[in-house]
Design a protein around this ligand. Structure first.
Ligand code: BGC
Length: 261
């Protein structure tokens, strides 16, 4: 909201919402048309401040919202467990986030109501709403392969939040320490080598949770054609439909629907 206008004379668009995705390298925000799941105008991306302390991130978020001229509800994803709007884990962000009450923190920077949720949960919700039927059918595990491995457990499109199976030990190490796309880059793994690691992780997930399908999101899902062929588990594995848009779109949905994990 700007100083010249009140919420009443500049209403935000009825069917639109606003999502912000807080990631390790960038904080991205966009207005979303909820009828289509498409962005309205450009997405604004700002480098994640270093260190990414709660205050520094909150400042960037409020900057994105005002820069975009948005005055309605906002959804914010975090790469963390979010329970009752309190940040409960910080695997790939500044440790000072643990125990932060997100409503208290961001409330000091934002004028409209907002909700905070896990990034993979948000992306999973977006896939349910705008992706393939597979995401809405039966028990499905949605995974994001990025800096870490995020997970969203879905049952007929309903979310069981904060599942965090990227931290499950597979073999000797946490799944995300061997098969995230950041690990692929860091260890300079060949696609096939890395895909085999993903396969091993999925194999364990399959044995424990027996979903009817895995849906893979995150930037690397764009190249699924190149590595999906190396997967040999029995459960169908498909690439997410929403790709990099998913976090922002899911956050915007959560804001509109008042989902508050
Ligand atoms: C975090 C999850 C997050 C995932 C993807 C993991 O390290 O623990 O909360 O969803 O990374 O960002």
């Amino acid at each position: 909201m700007t100083a010249q206008h009140s919420e009443h004379d500049v209403p935000h668009h009825e069917g639109h919402s606003f999502g912000i995705d807080v990631g390790g390298s960038g904080i991205k925000g966009a207005e979303v048309d909820l009828a289509t799941g498409e962005f309205v105008g450009d997405r604004l991306k700002i480098a994640t401040p270093k260190p990414a302390t709660p205050q520094a991130v909150a400042e960037v978020i409020s900057h994105i919202v005002s820069e975009k001229g948005w005055d309605g509800p906002v959804g914010i994803t975090m790469p963390s467990v979010v329970k009752n709007q309190v940040i409960r884990s910080a695997a790939n962000i500044d440790k000072s986030w643990i125990g932060i009450d997100a409503q208290e923190l961001f409330g000091a920077y934002l004028d409209a109501p907002f909700t905070v949720l896990n990034d993979a949960d948000a992306a999973g919700l977006a896939e349910v709403a705008y992706g393939d039927d597979i995401a809405r059918t039966g028990p499905v595990i949605f995974l994001t392969l990025g800096t870490g491995i995020g997970s969203a457990f879905l049952l007929d499109g309903q979310l069981f939040p904060n599942t965090e199976i990227g931290h499950l030990i597979v073999g000797e190490k946490e799944a995300e320490q061997q098969a995230s796309s950041a690990v692929k880059d860091r260890e300079e793994l060949k696609t096939k080598q890395w895909a085999k690691r993903v396969n091993r992780v999925l194999h364990d997930y399959e044995a424990l949770f027996n979903p009817s399908a895995f849906i893979i999101g995150g930037g690397i899902s764009r190249k699924f054609d190149k590595w999906g062929e190396y997967l040999s588990i029995d459960t169908p594995v498909v690439a997410a439909q929403l790709r990099n848009r998913a976090g922002i779109v899911g956050a915007a949905m959560a804001a509109k629907e008042g989902i508050r994990p």
